[in-house]
Each structure stands twice: as C-alpha cells, then as structure tokens.
Design a protein around this ligand. Structure first.
Ligand SMILES: [Zn+2]
Length: 361
C-alpha cells in the first residue's frame, strides 16, 4: 500500500488531488496534481500554509494585482502597503482592494494620523491606538509641530479628530491635503512583508510537491527527504536552511535583466556540487527562491533529474522549460540577500502603480 508523502500514513484508495501550485495562484490546462497526499495533510496545507501565502505574502498581493482574486489585503500586521511617492503622503499605510470583474486595483487609506515636529522632518504615521497623551507631549500645540489626519471617509477622519481631542490634541483642520496622484492618476506603493515561517513552509511544499510530480511518490518517500517532509508538515527545523531567497533569474533569457514572463516558474535540479537536490520557485516570476529538498542525497545519482516548467498565466498553459533555458547552475551557497532585515521586514516595490481613491482630508 502506498503512503502519504508528508505524514507517511497509508493512503486509502482515493484521496483529493493536491495541486503542485495552490489553485488560488491560477488554474491551468492540465493542472499538475498529486494523488499521494492524504486528506488530512491536504486539509492542513489548505487551511494554514496556503492561507498564509495568500493573505500575508508578496505573492498573495500579486494575486490581486494580476486579477486572480477579489478582496482586500494589507494593514498594520505582516503585510503593509505604503505610499512611496515623495511628499506629504509618503509612508501612509493603505489597503489594496481588488475587483476581478472590473479589473481594478485600488489603494484605500487606513485611518491614521501623521505628525512631524517641524516642516523639514519626515512625517511619522500613527494608528488610532498609538494616539496617546505621550503623542500630545511629543507634538505640543504652539510649537512648530504639524499634524495631518488621513482616512477614506469623513466619518473616519472625525473619529480620529475625536481620539486626538481625548488625548489632549486640539485639531482644527486648516486645509485639505493634495491627493498623491501622479499625472497618470495613480500612486506608487511600497510593499513591506514579513517572510513568515508558514510562508516559507508553503514555498518548500510547492518545491517538494513538484519533485514528487516529476520523479514520482516512491522517489520522494526516501528517507533522504525526511527533513523537508517534517519541515513542511510539522514545522520541524531542518538541519540546513530550507528556503533561500535568490536575486538571479532562473531563465537564461533573463540574464541581462529583462523580464520575459509574469508566469510561475518551477524547477528541480542538483546543486552545483551534485550532492543536494534543490527546487527553484518563482511565483509570478517575481520573488525567487531555492529550496533545499535534500541536503545529501545518498541514492543513485541520475543525470536526468533537472526539469522545469513554466506556468503561463496569459494562456493558462504549462510548458516544460527547454534545457537551453536552464543554463544557470544552481548554487548551494548562503543567500546573498537576507529575507529578513533587522526590523523583521523586507522592503519590496510592487512592479506597477496602483490607483488610490476615496481620499478625504
Ligand atoms: Zn498525510
């Protein structure tokens, strides 16, 4: 009897299909699916790891931008969108709201108060909870301090003015802020996302799923893969870091900086020194990762392991990558860029501008 490739429990005769790439990241002709993942693991992945990837990752935000889903993302938690354009709006936190049918993506400001001690300082932004008597002492009336209130409706602004008053700041609006639109009617936004453990595990799962798809369930049930299995399923720390961000493109065509696709790219290969089996994953060909699936492979070395697929979001086809497109070797070295900076966040600029609407001052 065959076993689940994650928990190793015996598989019943029928299990729900496990999609190599979660369906929320697009459905394709001839979707790549597995039938070697038990229902319990499948359900666990959907409700936790895939949910985290959808809600709190850069890839999750790109889903909205590329019209794969409706909904609103962002806030003051693990995923923050901030106005990037210089001026009095710089740093304002916004949510991103997507409407698949209307094909629109809008930025909606979150209620917040901006303050600075004098006109040459940068604005600092405060959530309603951060408006305290301490705030009032920092920006006293009669000093050179300036305060501005941002909300997506008059009601939200009035609410903020009440909170300010309660904490000792008597705010009387003098003028309206100019909207931050550029000549194209859009505003640039930065995306700051925490590369949380669950998101890393979901990336690792996509890599392991892909190896199971191209090499078969029996191959990945080998004990050499127990580390990555336990990491994905139970969060057990592997002996070597599993998920490593990369800057370089996986495609030979993109060596000189051009971008040839916004589709997903999956690959498996040997590491450069041929001891490790690694996957390379780039959803929307944007954030790129190497996943160490097995640090020291003890089985028989096969030269034909390297495989790759391109998931084209324009025509919804899955095409194998040509070997000439696989010319860049996989290097098993520590990542050159750290996924987490000192503050625990990673700053990324979204590839295009977003509309901003409904601003009242
Ligand atoms: Zn299982």
């Amino acid at each position: 009897m065959s076993a689940c490739i994650y928990c190793r429990e015996p598989l019943p005769s029928s299990v729900p299909p496990e999609h190599v790439i979660p369906q929320s990241f697009g459905t394709f002709h001839g979707n790549l699916t597995l039938h070697c993942v038990c229902e319990s693991c499948n359900r666990f992945f959907g409700g936790t790891l895939e949910w985290a990837l959808q809600r709190d990752s850069i890839e999750g935000a790109l889903r909205l931008q590329y019209g794969l889903a409706d909904g609103t993302l962002g806030g003051f938690k693990s995923l923050e969108f901030k106005v990037a354009d210089e001026g009095s709006w710089e740093g304002v936190c916004v949510k991103i709201k997507a409407d698949k049918r209307k094909k629109t993506v809008e930025a909606v400001p979150i209620p917040q108060v901006g303050a600075r001690r004098n006109a040459t300082d940068e604005w600092e932004w405060y959530t309603p909870k951060e408006i305290t008597p301490e705030f009032a002492r920092k920006y006293p009336k009669g000093s050179s301090s300036e305060i501005q209130v941002v909300g997506s409706s008059l009601k939200e602004q009035k609410g903020l003015i009440r909170i300010l008053k309660k904490n000792g700041v008597d705010f009387h609006p003098k003028r309206q802020m100019k909207p931050p639109f550029g000549p194209d009617g859009k505003v640039g936004t930065n995306l700051v996302a925490l590369f949380a453990e669950q998101i890393q595990r979901c990336i690792a799962k996509i890599g392991f799923n892909y190896l199971a798809k191209v090499r078969g369930a029996e191959f990945v049930l080998h004990s050499d893969f127990d580390d990555i299995r336990a990491y994905v399923r139970y969060g057990t720390k592997p002996r070597v870091k599993a998920v490593r961000p990369l800057k370089a493109s996986f495609l030979a065509e993109e060596r000189h900086g051009q971008v040839v696709t916004r589709g997903h790219i999956l690959r498996v290969d040997w590491s450069a020194e041929k001891q490790s089996i690694v996957a390379q994953i780039a959803l929307f060909n944007t954030m790129k990762y190497t996943v160490v699936l097995c640090n020291r492979y003890r089985g028989i070395w096969t030269p034909d392991l390297a495989q790759g697929h391109h998931f084209d979001l324009d025509n919804r086809r899955i095409e194998p990558l040509q070997r000439t497109g696989l010319a860049i070797p996989v290097l098993l070295v520590p990542p050159r860029i750290s996924p987490i900076t000192k503050s625990g966040t990673r700053r990324v600029v979204l590839p295009s501008n977003l509309d901003i609407q409904g601003l009242v001052f």
